[in-house]
Design a protein around this ligand. Structure first.
Ligand code: H2U
Length: 344
């Protein structure tokens, strides 16, 4: 089916975000004479006395990081969002063409390990499981705050992604409104749920598991795949097989399954270009506004920037900025390249 599709330029529809990507398979062979990124030297010690996130160190604002042993979560010292101010809220709209709304929130930093020299790909599954537990706890406690309606959990990895510190860590931004990306997915999933009385992603992965060409791997509870509508060259998802609106719905065994899938996907990425693979990843899931949100099917998305080597990344510029995202290498080819590197 996709073989015919891939014979010529075509557009693919993302039913989760109601958006399109232009696929130009014939361009994959074009010569490259553009920018080559420098590889960061990766000779990190297990503990760096100058790292703000290492155990027992003093952070940039003078706060003391405890001698943590597993996962450590703290309020971001330079938070992009702030809890309700006792002095009241900032003013709102300045006019119909000058719309501005106060936004309250909480920003947290999560250190995945005290080991400065590790990445999620190099961590043991049992240790990633502790990160999963922390994500679940944070989603639950932050979401229980009356002014928090959405909790965005994410990891931004690699200097090429603008990550400020190589210590393995992620962030959590919890806020009053549902941001644009999850809101698009909410609208699409709700429409699908009302029309089909089933979860969009449950139906989607069921079909993908039959087709197999975009599947990377699966375990008992999760499927990892390059989605049909992937924008980034090696974009991938981790989707629970069961219809779970939020991460707090996972069983103990499913949490282990998620930790296993996270490790396997990130380790696969590292093998692709023999480098510590950069990416932004995160969970999209039900808002914490007190509603059931049965339409939601939580999932992880991975957006890695690399295109053809450890040093050549994809630029989202030109046509992408002005019109639509575009890709040359097909999602099927990307999946095949990754699958070829699966652990035996
Ligand atoms: P990034 O590397 O993805 O930017 O994340 C690091 C975060 O850690 C960043 O949001 C916070 C920064 O504000 N941080 C602290 O809260 N305290 C520090 O001492 C250093 C960094």
């Amino acid at each position: 089916m996709t073989k015919e599709l891939n014979a010529s330029p075509h557009r693919r529809y993302n039913p989760l975000t109601d958006s399109w990507v232009l696929v130009s398979p014939h361009r994959a062979q074009r010569p490259w004479q553009g920018q080559v990124e420098k590889l960061p030297a990766d000779t990190r010690p297990a503990h760096d006395p100058n790292c703000y996130l290492c155990a027992g160190n003093v952070r940039a604002n003078g706060a003391q990081t405890p001698d943590y042993e597993d996962v450590f979560v703290f309020d971001n010292d330079f938070a992009a969002l702030l809890p309700p101010l006792p002095s009241g809220e900032a003013k709102g709209d300045l006019g119909p063409l000058f719309i501005a709304r106060p936004e309250r929130g909480i920003a947290r930093v999560i250190c995945f390990s005290p080991r400065h020299d590790l990445t999620m790909a190099q961590m043991e599954t049992v240790d990633i499981r502790k990160v999963v537990d922390a994500w679940v706890d944070e989603y639950r406690t932050l979401g229980a705050e009356s002014f928090i309606n959405y909790v965005q959990i994410f990891e931004n990895k690699g200097a090429i992604m603008g990550c400020s510190n190589p210590h393995p860590h992620g962030q959590i931004w919890a806020q009053e409104s549902v941001p644009d990306e999850p809101m698009k997915k909410q609208i699409a999933q709700l429409k699908y749920w009302e029309t089909n009385k089933s979860s969009l992603l449950a139906d989607y992965i069921k079909e993908e598991l039959v087709l197999t060409e975009r599947i990377l791997f699966e375990n008992e509870h999760f499927v990892s795949l390059v989605p049909f509508w992937a924008v980034w060259p090696f974009e991938a998802m981790i989707v629970p097989k069961r219809h779970l609106p939020r991460i707090t719905d996972m069983t103990d065994d499913e949490r282990n399954g998620l930790a296993d899938a996270y490790r396997r996907l990130t380790a696969l990425y590292d093998r692709l270009f023999d480098t510590s693979f950069p990416y932004s990843s995160g969970i999209h899931q039900a808002p914490t506004d007190g509603e059931a949100h049965q339409e939601w099917h939580f999932h992880f998305v991975f957006y890695p920037p690399l295109l053809r080597s450890a040093t050549v990344k994809k630029f989202m510029v030109g046509y992408e900025m002005l019109a639509n995202p575009q890709r040359d290498i097909t999602p099927e080819k990307a999946a095949e390249m990754l699958r070829d590197l699966l652990e035996t």
